[in-house]
Design a protein around this ligand. Structure first.
Ligand code: MIC
Ligand code: SF4
Length: 647
C-alpha cells in the first residue's frame, strides 16, 4: 500500500511512535507562527524555559489581531512581541503587514514542512502542501524550545473533487459543501487530503481558502498536493527555491473517500450560528442584508478582492447596507492599489480597513442590533461579531459583493444581469518584505519591553487524587472557545490572566467567574460539565488557563475538540468523558460532586466514578490520555513537566 500526503510528511518528521493511524506520535517541527492575541503568552512561557534562542528552522511572530489600541494594552503587547522576536531569533511581522496565515502563505510556507501555529487556522498553509497544525500556545512554546509535537496519527479522509466549478461558484462553496458532509463535530483525529481532476483548476489562493476553513470541521489539518499550481504560486512570490513536488502515491490508503462533483455545486452560505449550518444562496434569496464584510484569513486574497472590485465597478453600495473590506495582507493592499482596484472599491462606497482580523474577531464593525451580516470569514458563532442578537451568514466574496449592491441576498445565477469576472492569479506578486523584521544577531543585548498589563503565565497544581467540588456550570453541545473566553472587546486582556479570567463564560453565565473564585477561596474544586464537541473553534489556550486560574480541576464532557483537550491537559485540568451518554442528564449546575482515586485509575487505565453526593448517584467516567499526558497532569501542567525534562 502506498503513502498519502500525511504519511509522507509524518514519516519524514517522525521522532517517536509508530506511523499508524490512531497511534500517538511525536514529530519534528520545522516552523512556527504566533499571532499577538495568543503570542504574548507563548513568549512568556518560552521565557520561563530560560533558553537564549529558539531551536526551530524558522519562526514568525505576527501582529494582526489586536490592533484597535483603545488603551495602552495592545501596543504594549506589540512592543513586547517585537523585542522578544529580536532577542530569541524570530521574524517579526509588524502590525499592518497582514493576517498571519495569509502572510505566511505568501512569504514563508514550504511544501512538505511541518508548521505549528498558535491559531486554529494555521492549516491554511496546507494549500501549498505544508502540514500545518493549529495548537495551543504552550505547544508552540515547547516546539520553539526544540521539543517534538505529539499528536494522534490522523485518519485521512480523501476529498475527491471531480469536474470544474461553474461560474459564481468558488472555493468557499467547496469548503461549505465539505462542512455539509462532515459537520463541525465528530472529526477529531482526522485529516483531509484533496485530490481529483478538479484540483488542477484551483490555484493556491483558492486552495488556501479550503484548507483554512477545514479548521471548522475539527480535523487536525487539510492538505493539497504540491504540484504545478504550487510552483506557479511560489514563483509568483519569488520563492521558486522553496518548491518541492509532493504527491500521494496512486495506491495510497484512506480512511474514507468523499466525492464532490464541482459542476453540480451552487453558491452556498453557512447560516447562523454555526459554520456547519449550510443552505443555498437560492433558498436565502431576498433576505435583507444590513452589513457586508469582506476579508479575513479565509477570503482576502488579491483575486478575491479584485473579483469584488469588478462586480462593484461603476455601482454604489446599496443605501441600506454597509460594506467593509479588509485585505488579507499589505501585499494584497499594494496589488489592489497598483491595479487600480482599490480606487474602484473606494468609489463604490466600500469602507477600507487595515489588513488585520478586525471584524472577524469582533474587534470593530459589529453589526446593528438584530442585524443581518454577510461575511466572507470562517466563523459565525453567536455573538462573535460583537452583537449578541446579530445573524451572521458566511459566503464567498462574489456573493457578498452582489448583496452589497442589492441590499439583499441575491443569487446571481438566477438572472442574466450579473456577469462573473474571472480573475486569474497574477504571474508576479509585489514583493516588499520591509514590514518583516528579521531576527536580531545572536548574543546581542536586547531589552524585553513589558507594560503593566503583561503578567506571568500562572502555573497549575499537580493533579489531585480526590476531587471534592461543585458543578460550577453546565453547558450544552458545541460550546466554542468564544463562549468560554470571549474575544472582541475583552481581547486586550490576553496578557493579563487575573483580569481576563473575570470574563470566563461571560456570554453564557456572567456569574461564573466570581462564583468560581468564591469556591476556590473556600477550597472547593470547580467542575465544568459539557455536551458534545466542547471547545470548538479557536486554539486560544486562555480557555484553559483562565478556568484553571479560577480553580477548575475537571471538565466532564460527552466529547471535546482536539486543541482544547490538549490545552486542558497542558494547564493541569483533567478532561473526563461520560461512559454512558445519557448520564449527562443526571448532572445539574450546583451539584456537589466527588471524584476519588484518580492516580490509581490513571495508572491502571480504569474508569473513574463521579459521585453526586446530594443526589446519591454514581456516574462512570473515562479518560483518553497518553502516558506523556498523564505525566503532564502529575507534574501540574506542561510548564512544570518540561522544566523537569531539562530542555
Ligand atoms: C479565531 O479565529 O477565533 C482566533 C481569534 O484567530 C483564534 C485565536 C485566538 O483566540 O487568539 C484561533 O482561531 O485560534
Ligand atoms: Fe484572524 Fe479571523 Fe483568521 Fe482568526 S479566523 S486568524 S480572527 S482573520
Amino acid at each position: 500500500m502506498g503513502d498519502n500526503l500525511i504519511d509522507k510528511i509524518i514519516k519524514e518528521h517522525l521522532v517517536e511512535g509508530k506511523p499508524i493511524p490512531g497511534e500517538r506520535v511525536g514529530i519534528k517541527v520545522d516552523q512556527t507562527l504566533t499571532q499577538d492575541a495568543t503570542g504574548t503568552m507563548v513568549y512568556l512561557e518560552f521565557e520561563t524555559m530560560e533558553l537564549p534562542r529558539i531551536r526551530t528552522k524558522l519562526s514568525v511572530s505576527y501582529v494582526d489581531h489586536n490592533t484597535m489600541q483603545d488603551g495602552f494594552e495592545n501596543m504594549d503587547d506589540h512592543r513586547y512581541l517585537q523585542s522578544t522576536a529580536r532577542k530569541f531569533g524570530l521574524y517579526f511581522s509588524r502590525p499592518g503587514n497582514g493576517i498571519c496565515h495569509q502572510v505566511h502563505l505568501e512569504r514563508f510556507g514550504v511544501p512538505g514542512n511541518v508548521l505549528l501555529g498558535s491559531d486554529s487556522h494555521t492549516p491554511t498553509n496546507g494549500g501549498i502542501g505544508m502540514m500545518s497544525i493549529g495548537v495551543g500556545g504552550l505547544d508552540v512554546a515547547t516546539a520553539l524550545a526544540g521539543a517534538p509535537f505529539y499528536l494522534d496519527y490522523p485518519r485521512v479522509i480523501k476529498i475527491n473533487l471531480n469536474g470544474k466549478l461553474p461560474l459564481w461558484v468558488t472555493a468557499k462553496d467547496i469548503i461549505l459543501k465539505v462542512l455539509e458532509h462532515l459537520s463541525t463535530k465528530g472529526n477529531v483525529g482526522c485529516a483531509l487530503e484533496y485530490s481529483g481532476e478538479g484540483i488542477q483548476y484551483l490555484d493556491v489562493p483558492a486552495r488556501a481558502t479550503i484548507t483554512n476553513m477545514g479548521a471548522e470541521t475539527g480535523v487536525t489539518c487539510s492538505l493539497f498536493p504540491s504540484d504545478q499550481n504550487t510552483l506557479n504560486f511560489l514563483r509568483a512570490q519569488n520563492r521558486e527555491k522553496d518548491f518541492r513536488e509532493l504527491l500521494s502515491d496512486p495506491d495510497a490508503d484512506y480512511d474514507r473517500v468523499i466525492d464532490i462533483d464541482l459542476d453540480q455545486l451552487v453558491p452556498l452560505a453557512a447560516c447562523p450560528h454555526s459554520p456547519g449550518n449550510i443552505d443555498t444562496i437560492a433558498n436565502l434569496s431576498g433576505m435583507r442584508v444590513d452589513q457586508v464584510c469582506i476579508g479575513s484569513c479565509t477570503n482576502a486574497s488579491f483575486q478575491d478582492l479584485a473579483t469584488v472590485a469588478r462586480i462593484l465597478k461603476g455601482h454604489t453600495v446599496n443605501p441600506a447596507t454597509s460594506l467593509i473590506i479588509t485585505p488579507g495582507s499589505r501585499q494584497v493592499m499594494l496589488m489592489l492599489t497598483q491595479s487600480g482596484y482599490l480606487e474602484t472599491l473606494i468609489q463604490s462606497g466600500a469602507r477600507i480597513a487595515e489588513p488585520t482580523c478586525n471584524f472577524c474577531i469582533g474587534a470593530g464593525f459589529s453589526p446593528n442590533s438584530e442585524g443581518v451580516s454577510l461575511r466572507t470569514n470562517n466563523r459565525n458563532f453567536k455573538g462573535r461579531s460583537g452583537t449578541p442578537d446579530a445573524k451572521v451568514y458566511l459566503v464567498s466574496p462574489a456573493i457578498a459583493a452582489v448583496a452589497a449592491l442589492t441590499g439583499e441576498v441575491t443569487d446571481p445565477t438566477a438572472s442574466d444581469i450579473w456577469s462573473f469576472p474571472i480573475v486569474p492569479m497574477p504571474e508576479k506578486f509585489i514583493i516588499d518584505d520591509s514590514m518583516i523584521i528579521p531576527p536580531g544577531p545572536e548574543g546581542e543585548q536586547v531589552e524585553i519591553l513589558r507594560g503593566p498589563n503583561i503578567g506571568k503565565p500562572p502555573v497549575s497544581d499537580p493533579l489531585k487524587d480526590n476531587i471534592k467540588g461543585e458543578v460550577i456550570i453546565k453547558v450544552g453541545d458545541k460550546i466554542t472557545t468564544d463562549h468560554i473566553m470571549p474575544a472582541g472587546r475583552r481581547l486586550k486582556y490576553r496578557s493579563n490572566i487575573p483580569k481576563y479570567a473575570e470574563f470566563v463564560f461571560e456570554p453564557v453565565d456572567e456569574s461564573c467567574s466570581h462564583c468560581s473564585l468564591d469556591n476556590k477561596a473556600k477550597g472547593i474544586d470547580n467542575v465544568i460539565v459539557a455536551g458534545l464537541s466542547y471547545g470548538q473553534g479557536s486554539s486560544r489556550e486562555h480557555a484553559a488557563i483562565c478556568p484553571m486560574y479560577l480553580g477548575v480541576k475537571v471538565v466532564i464532557a460527552q466529547s471535546i475538540e482536539r486543541i482544547h483537550a490538549d490545552n486542558l491537559v497542558n494547564f493541569g485540568i483533567i478532561p473526563l468523558y461520560f461512559v454512558n451518554e445519557g448520564d449527562y442528564e443526571l448532572i445539574d449546575k450546583g451539584d456537589p460532586i466527588e471524584i476519588g482515586g484518580l492516580y490509581e485509575a490513571l495508572k491502571n487505565n480504569q474508569t473513574v466514578t463521579a459521585r453526586l453526593t446530594m443526589k446519591r448517584k454514581e456516574i462512570p467516567l473515562r479518560f483518553k490520555l497518553s502516558d506523556r499526558q498523564k505525566e503532564i497532569l502529575y507534574s501540574g501542567g506542561k510548564l512544570n513537566y518540561i522544566k523537569k525534562q531539562n530542555l
